[in-house]
Structures are given as C-alpha cells and as structure tokens.
Write a protein of this length. Structure first.
Length: 207
C-alpha cells in the first residue's frame, strides 16, 4: 500500500463523515500525488495509488499518460512531473475509441501511446510527483480514499472550494502545518503559497 502523505506538511481537515463525499468535488479539476516513479503506468496505479489489478482492468477503461491514450499499461515509464488521467468507459464514438484495447483504436492512432519501451526489469524507483485527473465513476470510487491518504492541490482551487457553499462542507477542525486554525485563517494563508500546490489531507472526523 502507498504511504500516507505527511499530515503536518500542509492542510489537514477533519470533516463530518456525512459530508466527505462533497470533498470529492475539490478533485474534479485535477490534483497531484506523491508516489514512486520510474515504472510503467500499471505499476504506478497498483503501487503508487494502491489500486487492485482487477479494479484497474474492470473500471479504468480509459487511461491517458501525458495526453496519450494507453492500451498497454506495462509499457512506457511514468516520470516525475508526468500526468495520468483515469476514467470509466465513456459514451459515444469518441469515448469508445479512447478505451483501452478499443476496436476503434485506429481512429486515434496518431495520439496513442505506442512503441514505448518496456521499463528495465528491476530498475530502481524514486520518489516523484504525478498530476492526476479522475473522471465519472473513478472519481466517485477513489476520491475519498485519496483525500484521506493525501493529495496536493492548487491554492486557488482550495480558495474557490471554500468560497462555494461554505455552510455545507461539514468542517469539524482544521490544522495548518500542525497548528489548529479556522477556515478564515486558512483563506488568509493560501494566497501566500504563490501558486505552489498545497499538501492536503482530508479525513472523516472521529475516524
């Protein structure tokens, strides 16, 4: 299983368990995770995100690596700073064409991830940061677990989230770099991050 992010490094939020689902919305525009890099996409999903192989095969029907549709998850190398997109099956002709192993894959041959080398067997892995975007059912399935493990989000995204329907976020307690703070204090601290992604751990209160 992947290691949890250091909850003292940025913002830690304890939330009413009944409101945890709302916090998935914060991840809709993308976020980043810390994970070992240097292996193929499949390894990143299994070891970096802790996903079960069966879940990846059955649910993550569409995968992009640096903007390229992925068919073979064991080719190519996920490096520090790369981006990965995960989605369940999408509708329509375009959605079908983008799926792994699609019979319509020839329609997007110009952008597919092909002829990528196999990562060297036994090659070392190093810590890295990968940008991640989740869509539809995959976001519903994984959002809360990733928030509890720890993600990195843009400060402007956090501010926008906090400014939208604040009375429904269910915040019980908040901690900024280990010190307890109020929501208003966090809003005042975020602009000083100057665009750097903020480490965020969001957990159910009492859990």
């Amino acid at each position: 299983m992947p290691e949890r992010q250091n909850a003292e490094a940025g913002l830690r939020v304890l939330v009413d368990p009944a409101r945890m689902g709302l916090w998935r919305l914060l991840l809709q525009d993308g976020f980043a995770v810390e994970a070992p890099v240097g292996g193929p996409v499949g390894e990143f999903l299994r070891q970096g995100l802790g996903l079960d192989q069966a879940y990846v095969e059955q649910r993550c029907r569409t995968i992009f690596h640096n903007g390229h549709p992925v068919d073979d998850m064991e080719r190519g190398v996920v490096e520090d700073g790369d981006s990965v997109v995960l989605s369940a099956a999408m509708p329509g002709v375009v959605g079908i064409a983008m799926r792994r192993g699609s019979p319509l894959a020839a329609m997007r041959s110009g952008i597919s991830l092909v002829d990528e080398p196999l990562p060297e067997a036994g090659a070392g892995r190093s810590p890295g940061t990968v940008s991640l975007k989740l869509f539809n059912l995959v976001l519903c399935d994984l959002g809360e677990a990733l928030l509890a493990r720890g993600v990195k989000v843009r400060p402007e995204a956090l501010l926008a989230f906090f400014n939208a329907i604040p009375e429904h976020k269910g915040i019980a307690r908040m901690f900024w770099r280990g010190a307890e703070v109020s929501l208003e204090q966090v809003k005042g601290l975020l602009p000083a991050e100057n665009g750097r992604r903020v480490p965020l751990v969001c957990q159910a209160a009492g859990g």
